[in-house]
Every structure is written in structure tokens, then in C-alpha cells.
Ligand binder design. Structure first.
Ligand code: DAH
Length: 419
């Protein structure tokens, strides 16, 4: 029965917008009253009380089609009543009637739009009631609470849930966090500095004199258009995290113990072991009576914490302008155990030597302290050690990854392995 009622095709609007020739207040009033009367008639039909019974989904589909015709007939952009009165009543109004016609059209637009929204809201409420009623009715015929829940809520709570993949720490960042936390446990604080750095902090205050050949080993990427500035003010991408040593000593008086994680850049063409952007973790300890023994003990402990208690450390003399003496530190190869072979195969990570170079380090050069003596770093009173390591290289070794590029290509299949 109801199907028959709702199945009726909505007739085109009974109302047609008349052309106006008479723009007197009286004529405008009449035209407006006729329009509103037609609108009310339409909404009454749409929201007739006998439509409140519980229609099926199919019936609701038809009803919403009726509703769309109603809506488009009144407010449709192309030829709805509102568009028509704008054309026929306002645009073609003579000059002296424009104001009155404009006012009228505006009022009517508001009335019509409100009525259309009201009708829609009513239908939505009824539909909601119907759906609730229907699902409650069917829930009543279920025997278990679970079945009833599924029927009412449309959710089968016994199915596995939707998996929302959560992000994972990138292997390089994870490695940096591990390194940093080893030193935090020893009482070090974390410091950071800018990636775009001045020549002063990256080189000069680290005892790289201007034009010193040691600068060439850093393959610096410089910011363009800086030639007119004095050398020390020129901007570049920091080639190491060491400038943060100076920046921190300018701000904090000794004693000082800091670790500095960060990105650095060098003009290295990308290959399996090089990337123009990579990561370092720097360390600096300054106090009275800091010795090379403190350096060795601290780093030996840190390597055991990072790679396992059985690794050994080994120091070889080296050169850095900002440390004296300087050293490179090696750890015994945690891949082959130090023997240089994996079964019958040569061990590649340590190039069969049994040792892997991990970092550069040394005792802070007194010339470096000279740049910050004003803040309490008198080279006659304090001493310190510093070290810097490549976090990407350590991550490669730790996870047995053979190409550094994999870290920066953003391939989810690769990165998911740490998820
Ligand atoms: N900054 C050096 C580099 O990038 C590494 C380094 C060596 C840092 C010795 C230090 C250090 O703090 O003492 O090659």
C-alpha cells in the first residue's frame, strides 16, 4: 500500500513564476503571497503525516528522490524558482522598482531556503526514527546480546578490527636516539645547533685557519651570493656537528657534558656509502683535569653499551684541527667477532681487518678554548675531550644494510622492517 503511495512520481511544480509587469507594492505583495502559498503546499505534500509510517529502504530511496525534485524545483541553480524570480522579477524590473523588487527577492530567498532546509531536516529525523525502529524490531527477535548488537549497530564485534598502521622510528633516528641515550645515562645533556652555519662556527673557531688545507677535506656546500661578506660571516651547510661545541660553550660555563645529534652536509656524490646529507652525533666534556684516560673510558663504555659488552676499542693517532692529540677509534668487528672471516668468506664490513672505524676524537685543542675564554674556558684551568661519529654508518653496520641510499629513499617496504 505504502509502496504505491511513495512510488508516485513527483509532478513538476504546480507553481510557475509569473512575469511581472506591475511593480506596485500591492502587485509585489500578491506575487510574493502566491509564491509562499505554493511553497507551503509543496512542503505539506512532502511531509504529509501519513508518510511517517515505517517505510522500507526502497521507499526511503523514492522519498529522497521526491525531496531532490522539490529542492531543485525551488533552489536549483539552473531553473529553480529562486533563480527565476531573480531573472523575471529583479533583473527585468524598471529602474525605479529595483529597490523594492530586490528587497522582496531577498526576503523570499531566505524564506524558501529555510523551508527547504526544514523539510530536509524533518525527513532526516523521520528516516533516523525508522531505522532505529526497524533495527530494534529485528533485535528483539535475536536471542543473544551479541546478535542484537550486530543488528542494531551494524557491527560484528567478533571480526578483527581495522588495522591502523602506526609509524615507526627511522633506523637512523633510532640509532641516534640509542647513541644519545647512552650518554644521557652518563649525565650528558643534549644540545643542538643550526644546519645553516657561518664559516666562523664551522671552521674558524674550531681552529681551521682561513685557506687551511684541512677545510678541503670537508667538501663544503656553501650558500650562494655570500662573497661580499667577510669570510667568517659567510653561510654554509655545516659539514659536521662540531660547531655546536663552540655555540654551547658560548652559552654555558664549564663544567660541561653534552651530546649533539644532527644532520650535516658535504658535497659528496651519493653512492652506497656516501650521501650529501648524513647524520652525526658529537660529544664534548669539559671540566678541570679531564684526561685522555677519561676519553678512552667513556667511549669504551659507550661502545659496549651500543654494540654489546664483548666489543673491544682501539685508538689510533689522527689529526683534527680542533683536538690535540687526536685519534680515530675502532671497535672490534661485531660482525665477524674480530677474526676478519665469516666462515670461509672474508668479512666485508671490517675489510678482513677485524676492526671497524667508528669515530674521531681527541683532547680539545687549547686554541679552541681561546675563542670562549670569556665564558670561563681558560685553557690553563680546564681541559676536555670531544668526539664525533657518523650515525648513518653505525646504523648500516648495526642493521647489516649495504647501501646508505636505502635510508633516504623513503621506500616503505624497506622502512617497514623497523615497524
Ligand atoms: N667533526 C669531525 C668530522 O666530521 C669528527 C670529529 C673528530 C669530531 C674529532 C670531534 C672530534 O669532536 O674531537 O670529521
Amino acid at each position: 500500500m505504502r509502496v504505491q503511495f511513495f512510488g508516485r512520481v513527483w509532478k513538476n511544480l504546480a507553481y510557475t513564476v509569473p512575469k511581472l509587469t506591475d511593480y506596485s507594492a500591492e502587485a509585489l505583495g500578491r506575487a510574493s503571497a502566491e509564491l509562499i502559498a505554493a511553497l507551503e503546499l509543496e512542503t505539506q505534500k512532502l511531509l504529509a503525516d501519513d508518510k511517517r509510517a515505517i517505510p522500507s529502504d526502497a521507499e526511503w530511496k523514492l522519498r529522497w528522490e521526491e525531496w531532490k525534485k522539490f529542492r531543485d524545483g525551488w533552489i536549483g541553480r539552473k531553473s529553480g524558482v529562486l533563480t527565476q524570480i531573480n531573472e523575471l522579477w529583479l533583473k527585468s524590473a524598471p529602474k525605479d522598482a529595483k529597490r523594492a523588487a530586490g528587497q522582496l527577492v531577498n526576503d523570499l530567498r531566505k524564506t524558501v531556503q529555510e523551508e527547504v532546509s526544514r523539510a530536509e531536516a524533518t525527513l532526516m529525523r523521520w528516516e533516523g526514527d525508522d531505522q532505529r525502529e526497524a533495527s530494534e524490531a529485528s533485535a528483539r527477535s535475536f536471542t543473544t546480546i551479541e546478535e542484537a548488537l550486530i543488528a542494531v549497530e551494524g557491527v560484528d564485534i567478533t571480526l578483527p578490527g581495522v588495522q591502523r598502521p602506526i609509524g615507526a622510528e627511522h633506523p637512523v633516528i633510532k640509532t641516534m636516539h640509542e647513541i644519545v641515550s647512552v650518554f644521557q645515562k652518563l649525565g650528558y645533556s643534549v644540545a643542538e645547533g643550526p644546519v645553516v652555519e657561518t664559516d666562523y662556527y664551522n671552521f674558524e673557531a674550531l681552529n681551521f685557519p682561513p685557506n687551511h688545507p684541512a677545510r678541503d677535506t670537508q667538501d663544503t656546500l656553501v650558500i650562494a651570493g655570500q662573497q661580499s661578506k667577510p669570510q667568517r660571516e659567510r653561510l654554509l651547510l655545516r659539514t659536521h656537528t662540531s660547531p655546536v661545541q663552540i655555540r654551547t660553550m658560548e652559552k654555558m660555563r664549564p663544567p660541561l657534558r653534552i651530546v649533539i645529534p644532527g644532520t650535516v652536509h658535504r658535497n659528496d656524490p651519493p653512492d652506497a656509502s656516501h650521501s650529501p646529507m648524513f647524520h652525526q652525533v658529537e660529544g664534548l666534556a669539559v671540566d678541570t683535569n679531564i684526561t685522555f684516560g677519561d676519553l678512552k673510558g667513556t667511549l669504551d663504555h659507550a661502545m659496549k653499551a651500543l654494540f654489546g659488552s664483548s666489543v673491544k676499542t682501539h685508538f689510533r693517532p689522527s689529526f683534527f684541527p680542533f683536538t690535540e692529540p687526536s685519534a680515530e677509534m675502532y671497535v672490534s668487528c661485531f660482525i665477524c667477532g674480530g677474526g676478519g672471516k665469516r666462515g670461509a668468506e672474508p668479512c666485508r664490513p671490517c675489510k678482513q681487518t677485524g676492526w671497524i672505524e667508528i669515530l674521531g676524537c681527541g683532547m680539545v685543542d687549547p686554541n679552541v678554548f681561546e675563542f670562549v675564554t670569556d665564558n670561563g674556558y681558560d685553557p690553563k684551568k680546564v681541559s676536555g675531550f670531544a668526539f664525533g661519529m657518523g650515525a648513518d654508518r653505525i646504523a648500516l653496520l648495526k642493521y647489516g644494510v649495504d647501501d646508505i641510499q636505502l635510508f633516504f629513499q623513503g621506500d616503505v617496504r624497506f622502512l617497514q622492517q623497523w615497524g
